[in-house]
Design a protein around this ligand. Structure first.
Ligand SMILES: Cc1ncc(COP(=O)(O)O)c(C=O)c1O
Length: 429
């Protein structure tokens, strides 16, 4: 007898419509990974935002005994062990430059979980959140996946390095309100994924003032705060909001700055008691195991190690970007000058058969299937124009050089349309 499929709730059925192309491409390329010696024809995965340059530094500290006690084998506060939140308050106070109290922190299983929980607490189904674009593709899933919140991209121009302006913010809000969307929050990744950009103080102030004037909650995802390797200086929204007495919800985690994406640990830091309370209630459903928390606490408590780790990490990221950038330059592949994170934003508009998203996907699959290089097409990040691709470069030199060779060899067979693209390395605004 044929088994009857369960009848899903409306919410459950809606989840079946979701797809995560970045995740699918990740697993496809990771199932047959390139190795210069043992698998020279394997895939090179430059689509996943992971740092593959620091495990040798972390290994000795991660494998130190985290001194687990009987109490760690039982339930602890599900919003995070006191001892980890205490250590994080010191760490985040230093990182942001303004006091973070232990009791302003909620721990959960990843920054995605934190954003999902925040959406659940702040928004009703159908409400909107505006996000300067191009923006990290996972935000779509975090917003829509459970809470049915609508991400509203702020369209920014590649010509001026995607500079955020008051006009663009205002225009987006007006348009959303004309569509009867109740806009509840402004969300930004600062430093930015996918642009590898660090925002200057004027831009931060513009966004903070805009959020306050328009009564939007400001959510700042600062996962790449310690991964700034260029000549820019990172500033935290937490500090600016603290100085001006404004609302702020800061998202942080171990996935990027520490290269520990597999540990799935994220934090919310908020100066709102109400948000804190609601988030603590939800943390029941997405806690982090005590053993993981103790390992992480151990790691950040070693101040000397931390300082040297970040210094070396920045050096390695800078080096990797330079290796990539010079290989791209040799092949005349234009790209933006990154100063944070793991991202190069490639401008492959000249290679699109037509100026649309289908042509961008065609090129994406050509690079994936023929070149066996997994990049991420710009449309996933809601870029304003097709033809841009994100490349994650926190990888060893040889892998970067091999990937550029492959990309160039695929592009060689694609008819070029003259878009008068100059210069080769573009400055971000
Ligand atoms: C800006 C940003 N926020 C959040 C995440 C997800 O972090 P986690 O793995 O901790 O859920 C990512 C991962 O790429 C990211 O780039």
């Amino acid at each position: 007898m044929k088994r009857n499929e369960p009848v899903l709730s409306k919410r459950g059925a809606k989840l079946l419509e979701n797809s995560q192309p970045l995740v699918e491409a990740h697993f496809k390329s990771e199932s047959d990974p390139w190795c210069k010696y043992s698998n020279p024809n394997g895939y090179i995965n430059l689509g996943t935002a992971e740092n593959h340059l620091v495990y040798d530094l972390l290994e000795p500290v991660l494998n130190k005994n985290p001194e687990l006690e009987a109490l760690h084998t039982h339930y602890g506060p599900l919003y995070g062990l006191d001892s980890l939140r205490h250590a994080m308050s010191g760490y985040l106070t230093k990182m942001t430059g303004a006091p973070v109290k232990k009791d302003q922190i909620v721990t959960a299983s990843g920054s995605s979980a934190i954003i999902d929980m925040l959406m659940y607490c702040l928004c009703d189904s159908g409400d909107g959140v505006i996000i300067p674009a191009p923006y990290y593709a996972g935000f779509d899933h975090d917003l829509k996946g459970r809470s049915n919140v609508e991400p509203i991209p702020v369209v920014l121009k590649p010509e001026n390095g995607y500079k955020i302006t008051q006009e663009a913010m205002q225009e987006t809000l007006v348009q959303a309100r004309m569509r009867q969307i109740k806009v509840k929050a402004l969300l930004i990744a600062s430093p930015n994924n996918p642009l590898g950009k660090v925002y200057d103080e004027d831009t931060l102030k513009l966004l903070l003032n805009f959020a306050t004037e328009q009564k939007l909650e400001l959510i700042s995802d600062e996962l790449y705060a310690q991964s700034v390797f260029g000549d820019a200086t990172y500033q935290s929204f937490w500090k600016l909001a603290h100085e001006s007495g404004k609302n702020i919800h800061l998202v942080y985690g171990f996935a990027k700055d520490f290269g520990l994406s597999g540990f799935k640990t994220g934090f919310l830091v908020t100066n709102s008691e109400r948000v804190l309370h609601a988030m603590r209630e939800l943390s029941y459903f997405a806690p982090v195991s005590n053993a993981t928390q103790k390992i992480l606490e151990n790691l950040i408590s070693d101040k000397k190690f931390m300082q040297e780790f970040f210094k070396e990490n920045r050096k390695r990221l800078k080096h990797a970007f330079e290796v990539l950038s010079s290989a791209l330059n040799k092949e005349d592949i234009p790209h933006y000058k990154a100063s944070a994170g793991f991202f190069a934003w490639l401008d492959l508009r000249e290679y699109l058969a037509s100026e649309d998203e289908d042509a961008e996907m065609d090129l994406y699959f050509k690079l994936l299937n023929e070149g066996k290089v997994n990049l991420s097409p710009g449309q996933l990040f809601h870029g304003s124009e097709p033809g841009y691709f994100r490349l994650c470069f926190a990888r060893p030199d040889e892998m970067l050089k091999e990937s550029v060779k492959r990309i160039a060899s695929v592009l060689k067979d694609v008819p070029k349309v003259d878009k008068k693209i100059q210069p080769k390395v573009v400055k971000l605004g």
